[in-house]
Design a protein around this ligand. Structure first.
Ligand code: G3P
Ligand code: MG
Length: 381
């Protein structure tokens, strides 16, 4: 019998989890849980690795009651560099190899729309300098521009920012971008120059894809805007949460609604947690890892809560943000554990709507991993 873990659990019914109530008739050999880890506010705060993180991965790498490796993947709304670069950095920070097939960041899912825009002119926002231009090229987008490219072509487009000497070197000076027809604006990662980026977005949308001049046909707007991270807030080393890409989207929406002059709104697509597409994408990746480790993943369903007080799935999303991590896990019928090391403040528990209420809470990622293992053993008996 595994050592019972003394964890104060607050189940969805906001009372101490009562194992007896969850007993189900049939018993089966317990399957380990499978984990989907958020990064900012769970494993890291900015560049700092949170203390419980190392213990949590020791358990997952074999120091557990199952005496075997437990499947896990990383699912972050972060990004800004290539998956390769981020996995190399994460491997150094966490002290073990993070394979790329276990890592999903906000813009990874854009690989699924390359077929629509690979030979079309697209504007890419976010990240440092030209980093995301090369990432977009590596995904297969061939005609990629950044707002700094456009500013390098014509400074009058946004006179409030002067390119640095470094940026002048890295950003190609195009002869004439007024002839280019943009088909999409891809917000890969949190923009760094909101003023410039919003100006250029509005110009392209007012021109129905052209930077030249506002279009006369206000009924048309063929440009698609794709946001990869809905997060309004996220947590780094600073005490209070920081504005994320969701804040940029709100700012753009506010300006656009005032300058569009009756112009038709563009089609806006949102990816990232909590969107269903991103969780479906993650479930496929986790299933592959489960197969590698010969661990079956169970899916949950709508009536589990009534029956078991939790999802019957053995997939656990560990996150710090009810708006993204938990809301997405609930939509995917996974179990979710909300930790207290990031955006979420337990004092606000009572204000959480059902759709963003976790299955469980835990003070940190190590407690969350122990809790899920305990839960799966109990659930099997
Ligand atoms: O920009 C990153 C932030 O929005 C949240 O990242 O890892 O908590 O999903 P993460
Ligand atoms: Mg987070």
């Amino acid at each position: 019998m595994p050592t019972l873990i003394n964890v104060r659990l607050i189940s969805r019914n906001r009372r101490i989890a009562d194992p007896v109530r969850r007993c189900i008739s049939t018993s089966r050999s317990p399957q380990p849980p499978a984990f989907v880890f958020d990064i900012d506010g769970v494993l890291l705060r900015g560049e700092t690795v949170l203390e419980p993180t190392r213990n949590a991965f020791r358990i997952l790498h074999g120091e557990n009651v199952f005496n075997r490796k437990i499947p896990y993947i990383f699912l972050t709304n972060g990004g800004g560099v290539s998956e390769e670069t981020r996995c190399t950095n994460l491997s150094k920070q966490l002290g073990f190899n993070v394979p790329i097939n276990r890592y999903i960041q906000s813009h990874t899912i854009l690989k699924s729309v390359v077929h629509r825009f690979h030979d079309k002119h697209v504007l890419v926002l976010g990240g440092r300098g030209n980093t995301l231009k090369s990432v977009a090229n590596s995904y297969g987008f061939r005609k990629v521009y950044t707002p700094l490219d456009i500013l390098a072509w014509n400074h009058a487009i946004y006179p409030f920012y002067d390119l640095t000497e470094q940026e002048k070197l890295t950003h190609r000076t195009y002869k004439d971008l007024s002839k280019v027809k943009f088909h999409a604006i891809l917000v890969f990662h949190d923009p760094r120059n909101w003023g410039l980026d919003i100006q250029v977005m509005c110009d392209i949308l007012r021109g129905n894809g052209s930077l030249a001049e506002p279009t006369s046909d206000s009924s048309a707007n063929d440009v698609e805007v794709i946001f990869c991270n809905p997060d309004l807030l996220w947590k780094n080393e600073w005490e209070g949460p920081r504005l994320g890409q969701g804040g940029f989207r709100k700012a753009w929406e506010g300006v656009w609604s005032n300058v569009k002059m009756g112009q038709k709104d563009p089609v806006v697509t949102r990816f990232g947690k909590p969107t269903k597409e991103t969780y479906r994408f993650a479930a496929e990746i986790l299933r592959e890892v489960g197969n590698e480790l010969d661990i079956e993943l169970r899916v949950g369903s709508n009536d589990d809560l009534g029956k078991f007080g939790r999802s019957a799935s053995n997939i656990y999303m560990i996150g710090d943000n009810p708006e993204s991590d938990i809301a997405g896990a609930n939509l995917a019928w996974w179990n979710s554990i909300l930790v207290h090391t990031g955006v979420y403040n337990p004092r606000h528990r009572s204000s959480l709507p059902r759709s963003k209420t976790p299955t469980f809470e835990a003070k940190d990622v190590e407690e969350a991993v122990r809790l899920a293992i305990h839960e799966e053993i109990k659930f099997a008996h």
